[in-house]
Structures are given as C-alpha cells and as structure tokens.
Design a protein around this ligand. Structure first.
Ligand SMILES: [Zn+2]
Length: 356
C-alpha cells in the first residue's frame, strides 16, 4: 500500500513528526507513492487558518489532515471537526508537541494518542491507529431495484414504527444539531463530501426494522430522523447485499427518486443475517455505561466496523436484546421492535459519548 505526504511545509516540530510518521508507515508496510496509482493513505499537512483540501481521485484513498497547535485544544472535537470537513479529510490529526496527537473522526469521535516517548514511539502509536482505518473497506454504494411491491409503496406498519421511533429520538434529545456542513465548505466541496462518504449531512444515527427473513426497512442517509416521512425515499427496503460488488441492494418504487440508505446498512445487514431473532436495530450517538465496546474506530459504512459490531453482539448472552458500544462514536442496540428497544435503553442513555 502506498502513502503520500502533501500540503504545507508546517513548522519544525510538525516537520519532525511528518518525518517520523513516514518512517513509521514504512515500518508498517506502506511504501512512498510513485506513478499514477492512487495512494491508500495521504498525510495532508494543513495550515489551520486556511486548510487546503486534498481532493482524492479514488474513494479508496484515506486522507488525514495534519496540523499543529502550541497548546492543547480546549474542545478537541469542536476545533478538529471543522479542519476535517474543510480539508475534505477522513480524519483530522492535531499535534501538540509534548502532548501527542488528537484524532477527530467523521463520526465525531475525538481521542488523544499521548506522547510518552520519543517521536518514533508517538509516530508508531499514531500509525497503529491509522493504518487499520486506511485499510478498511467502505460498503456504501447502493443498487436500486425498482421491484418494491406496490402494496409497500406507501409503507406498512413497520415504516410507521420507524417514523415514530425517529420522532422519539428527537424527544430524547438524541438528534443533536449537526455541525453545519454548508457553513464550513462551499457547494463544490459539499458535493465532493456527499459523493465520498455517501452522506447528505452529518450522521444522526439510524433505525431499522425487519420486514421478513431477508429484508429490512431502514432510515435513509443524511436525513433528519425526526422527519422520516416518505417510505421508498426516507425509509428504504434493503433486500440484499451484493458482496463482490460491495453494494447494498435496495428495493424502490419505480417513479420515486430514492435517497441512499444509511451508510450503516452493511452493519444492520450482517446483524439481521446472523441473528434471526433480531426484529429491530437502533444506532445512536449516545452511550450506555458498562457495555462492551469495539477497539478500533473504523469509519461508518466499513465492512470492518460491521464485522466488529456483529462479533460483539454474537458474544452477548442474548444477541437479540443487546447493546454494544462503538468506541468514541455511539451504541448499537437490538430488540424485538424499535419501541421495545427505545423503552429499554432510554433510561440508561448518556447523551455524551465518553472519549477514550
Ligand atoms: Zn454512527
């Protein structure tokens, strides 16, 4: 796998870190990019005042935006997130000499890789967090098939339960005002972000409920979950997974323009396949104390995140009524119905996800 360093020169301390990161990447099996093949990983060194985006030619390229601060950020997420968005990166890295490197992810995770030894040790620790993310595989493309049965064109009692659960999430205060993407980037870059991540805004979490043995209804991507109104557009019927092509198959109405299904459809697909007793799934950016949690902060919509969550669930005493944590991100809960899940977890929900 190839890596590329690009962007601004940065100051001496940032320069030293970039050198150490390059060496650490090579120890981890990456090679400097040559020729025309798109790199797997890009370190884009940015100026925090005017972050210049790296525009990848391929979705397979994982871009980090790296900048330095003299002192630790007061609110790492609030400061790191705009960098991430404006630089069109997958992850923002904020280096504070003597402290370490703060990671900020698209899922609004923020955590510190502390500086405990020399530059090489810090670089190795950063690469250990970064390389698995760069190697992960996004499964966010949709294949729309106009084969939704006419009797489902206006939805059913399941799509009603999804609309109701979306309103309930809002009442519970679980649909936080997202970072206003359109204030951070222009129209052109917004389109780039939507194409790259398959999002139409920032993730609010998602909801799904089983239709039958193989199919489930799921909320669309980038839509306000308190306003899931039109089945076939805001709530989509996932009817398959084309694994070789990495595409989620969605059954739609012939004449209605569908939104894309939530990027986490792959995670829900795996859970419904593995556990026939699961009737519904809720994913929110909140936390429940004491739940088992994933180790690695894989991006939403990756095969790896889906696998980690499915594995954690499978290890639960009752996978069909369980809550598992996605570290620095949120929780995924299973149950018989959305109403049952929300009734069960609402009293335990912590609105703030602990960052570790
Ligand atoms: Zn999420």
């Amino acid at each position: 796998m190839a890596y590329l360093v690009t962007g601004e020169p940065g100051g001496p301390s940032l320069g030293a870190l970039v050198g150490a990161l390059s060496a650490a990447l090579e120890r981890a099996g990456f090679e400097p990019a040559t020729g025309d093949a798109p790199p797997a990983l890009v370190l884009n060194v940015i100026d925090a005042e005017r972050p210049r985006p790296f525009r990848r030619g391929s979705r397979g390229t994982f871009v980090t935006a790296l900048h330095a601060l003299d002192a630790p950020p007061l609110d790492p997420l609030r400061e790191g997130y705009p960098m991430l968005v404006r630089a069109l990166a997958n992850v923002s890295l904020t280096y504070v000499p003597g402290w370490g490197v703060w990671f900020t992810t698209l899922e609004r995770g923020s955590y510190l890789v502390p500086e405990t030894g020399d530059a090489a040790a810090l670089a190795d620790a950063v690469v250990a967090r970064l390389a698995p993310l760069a190697r992960s595989r996004l499964v966010i493309d949709n294949e729309f098939r106009p084969d939704l049965e006419p009797e489902l064109w206006d939805g059913d009692e399941i799509t009603d339960s999804i609309s109701a659960a979306g309103r309930r999430l809002d009442e519970l205060g679980l649909l936080p005002a997202p970072f206003p993407l359109e204030e951070l980037v222009d129209e052109h870059d917004l389109r780039h972000i939507k194409r790259l991540y398959g999002i139409g805004g920032l993730s609010y979490g998602n909801l799904s409920a089983r239709k039958d043995e193989t199919r489930f209804w799921m909320s669309a991507s980038g839509v306000d979950k308190s306003k899931l109104e039109t089945p076939g557009r805001d709530i989509l019927l996932v009817s398959g997974y084309d694994e070789p092509a990495g595409r989620i198959v969605v059954s739609v109405r012939p004449e209605l323009e569908p939104r894309r299904v939530s990027v986490d459809a792959i995670e829900h697909w795996k859970i419904y396949q593995d556990h026939p007793d699961v009737g519904a799934i809720v994913h929110v950016h909140a936390w429940v104390d004491g739940v088992p949690a994933t180790e690695m902060n894989y991006p939403c919509g990756t095969d790896e995140l889906a696998r980690d969550v499915a594995d954690l669930l499978a290890a639960e005493p009752d996978p069909a009524h369980a809550v598992v944590g996605l570290r620095n991100h949120g929780i995924t809960a299973t149950g018989g119905s959305l109403e049952e899940i929300l009734g069960r977890i609402a009293p335990q929900l912590l609105i703030q996800v602990p960052m570790a």
